[in-house]
Unconditional design. Structure first.
Length: 250
């Protein structure tokens, strides 16, 4: 028994109760820690004291947990706050799209410049090749190349009975070419004309030339004869020299 001490706790009805220890009292509301609780003089007092302390500890624990939950609820943003956050966010993908567009633009320009350089190199090579052979123009496909050195040439497929100036029978599907497919003629105005002599239409830059019809051939045009592609290209310098020498084109 320790004199001058008392224990204050909750009783069974939820109100404070006092336990006097010794002959003197301390101020109301003082609760001693568990490790400082004095020993009661009998077993009943010990049991009552332990039960009071356990209930007090349990109530205190629940109260702290409730306070934590309450504080956590206050930390949660409400609907208007969430809406404001979403509206403030930059969710528009236009910036990325603009970036991709800008990159693709430069990539496309670089590709265009590369293609232009290749085309210029190919054109220069072909012009030199035509001039070095004393020709006016060239008609070439995937498997053959034919230089036009005369003002009029017959295009077709050579046989034992017929010889043509430009034999397309050497192409992979040359057997489909008519023996007399077309005539290409250099006119007095310095332009080439083609007349279709075959049974099927000839495509010139995706324009159909039916049998018996004629069409002007421009340099670097695409001809399709029975599904086979050919490129027709001229050398303007050689053509002008020929027309001047023959007195034509005036």
């Amino acid at each position: 028994m320790v004199s001058g001490k008392r224990i204050v706790g909750f009783d069974e009805h939820g109100s404070y109760s006092e336990k006097e220890i010794g002959n003197c009292k301390e101020d109301e509301g003082v609760v001693l820690p568990v490790n400082e609780v004095p020993q009661a003089k009998d077993d009943d007092d010990d049991v009552d004291l332990i039960e009071i302390l356990e209930r007090e500890l349990e109530i205190t624990t629940h109260t702290e947990a409730d306070e934590e939950v309450f504080e956590s609820d206050e930390d949660l943003p409400n609907y208007s706050d969430i809406e404001a956050m979403i509206l403030d966010m930059d969710l528009d993908p236009d910036d990325q799209d603009n970036f991709d567009l800008e990159v693709s633009k430069y990539q496309s320009q670089e590709m265009k410049r590369t293609i232009m350089r290749l085309e210029q190199a190919a054109y220069s090579y072909m012009q030199r090749a035509i001039a070095s052979r004393g020709a006016f123009a060239v008609l070439y496909g995937r498997y053959s190349k034919h230089y036009i050195k005369k003002p009029e040439v017959l295009v077709g497929r050579s046989t034992e009975d017929l010889s043509v100036d430009i034999d397309l029978g050497r192409e992979k599907r040359g057997s489909k070419i008519s023996r007399r497919q077309a005539i290409i003629r250099l006119g007095d105005d310095g332009s080439f004309h083609m007349k279709n002599l075959g049974k099927y239409a000839i495509s010139v830059n995706e324009k159909e030339v039916d049998p018996g019809q004629s069409l002007i051939l421009k340099s670097d045009c695409l001809l399709e004869i029975r599904g086979m592609p050919f490129i027709f290209e001229t050398n303007q310098s050689r053509m002008k020299e020929y027309l001047k020498r023959t007195g034509k084109g005036n």
